[in-house]
Write a protein that binds this ligand. Structure first.
Ligand SMILES: *Cc1c(COP(=O)(O)O)cnc(C)c1O
Length: 396
């Protein structure tokens, strides 16, 4: 019950035991096309490009940033938790001149605050986290894409923790490039990073693309007005050529991981996006009802809580790590701590994808209550947590 990696549906695990196909086998390229089609639905986009980058989610973030940021570009990053700092760190390595705005952890920006920073700083690119897993907050994105278009900047969104669990409306919100994750709400093992990007983002890639004229070498192989993409492995202009009908050779595709992603996406679409989002909200409501009945305080501003991550203030005098170990050792339930300023201050419970079930929520509440009693915590009414969750399920 962490905010990733989460349990994987047995159907996905079975798909991973299929024989390994070559990356140009027509049977395999058929599976690639089906995966692209399903990714477009999950990203809620009509973009031509929607495919996975091989590597964990941050490979997708790096691929998007290294391909879209030219050295010297001004990049704006609104930071409200740990993963905002990751965007800064990657953008700096891409040679960006990074400008940041920061919010206290536990809150998010009003969209207008980001919009006015965009107008004030006039960046070439804005990179923002949608669901900040470290603090359990969800950043509203409506209106930011329009502000980027006004000044012809690109909007990049890290939706690693939200895709498949919370609405990510790529086209409706005017996002130019989105990165998703597999091991969170899609419940696929970590190892691929689904990305999507639109024609505005592609135009930037193509300007920086290596000109394949065979005879050209070094700097001559690139449009002199633009800086070449500083990575080969993560160069989206080359990756899209492999995902296009041209099937230009790049890397050896991780075929087993693609079976997993394809099966994971099939499960998402069979459930239906709306039904899936509703399931995540329902489990969240029961979990929160149970935690509150235990007298625990939730961390952060409730108006921007991420439905798939619930953060709890560790009660005064309780050893948070000892509680986590006992949950794992005695009950086989793993919950997370957090990072930086929140280390030792909060626990984080994920209700993501396949792990997000009534059974898991009830078992987690019952186990946490038992463990807290063992840690001599004064609970207002022992037994109340599971009852409150059962009531929440009954009334929804
Ligand atoms: C988990 C996570 C990442 C990093 O993912 P990896 O798969 O570990 O590379 C990035 N951003 C957010 C918001 C995340 O939750």
């Amino acid at each position: 019950m962490t905010p990733g990696p989460v349990e994987v549906d047995p159907r996905v695990l079975r798909a991973m035991s299929y024989p390994v196909l070559g990356q140009f086998d027509p049977e395999f390229t058929g599976l690639m096309n089906e995966t692209m089609e399903m990714l477009r639905e999950v990203f809620m986009t009509g973009n031509q490009w929607a495919y996975p980058v091989d590597g964990t989610s941050r490979s997708g973030i790096e691929a998007v940033l290294v391909s879209l940021i030219e050295p010297g570009d001004k990049v704006l990053v609104p930071i409200y938790g740990r993963f905002g700092h990751l965007l800064v760190e990657i953008a700096r390595r891409c040679g960006a001149e990074v400008v940041t705005i920061e919010k206290e952890w536990g809150t998010v920006f009003a969209a207008e605050e980001i919009v006015s920073a965009i107008r004030a700083h006039q960046p070439r690119l804005v990179a923002v986290v949608h669901g900040e897993t470290s603090t359990g907050r969800l950043q509203p994105l409506e209106g930011i894409g329009d502000a980027c278009r006004e000044i012809d900047a690109l909007l990049v969104v890290d939706a690693v923790a939200t895709i498949g669990g919370v609405k990510v409306a790529t086209d409706e919100w005017g996002i130019d490039a989105v990165i998703g994750g597999t091991q969170k709400c899609l419940s696929v093992p970590s190892g691929l990073a689904p990305v999507t990007y639109n024609g505005r983002a592609e135009a930037k890639l193509l300007k920086r693309k290596r000109i394949e004229r065979g005879l050209l070498t070094g700097d001559e192989a690139y449009d002199p007005a633009h800086r070449p993409i500083l990575s080969n492995y993560l160069d989206l202009s080359q990756l899209q050529d492999y995902w296009s009908p041209a099937r230009l050779n790049h890397h050896t595709e991780a075929t087993t991981m693609l079976y997993a992603l394809r099966e994971g996406l099939r499960l998402v679409l069979q459930e239906g996006l709306e039904a899936r989002f509703a399931r995540h909200r329902r489990q969240e409501a029961a979990l929160v009802a149970g935690l509150e009945a235990m007298g625990l305080a939730l961390y952060g501003d409730p108006s921007c809580k991420m439905p798939v991550v619930t953060c709890i203030e560790i009660p005064e005098g309780v050893d948070g790590e000892s509680v986590r170990s006992m949950l794992l050792d005695e009950f086989g339930i793993e919950i997370a701590s957090s990072f930086g300023p929140l280390k030792g201050r909060i626990w984080r419970i994920g209700t993501m994808g396949y792990s997000c079930s009534k059974r898991n929520v009830l078992l987690t509440l019952g186990a946490l209550e038992a463990v807290l009693l063992r840690h001599r915590c004064k609970l207002p009414a022992p037994g109340a947590a599971v009852q409150a969750a059962l009531d929440a399920y009954r009334t929804d």
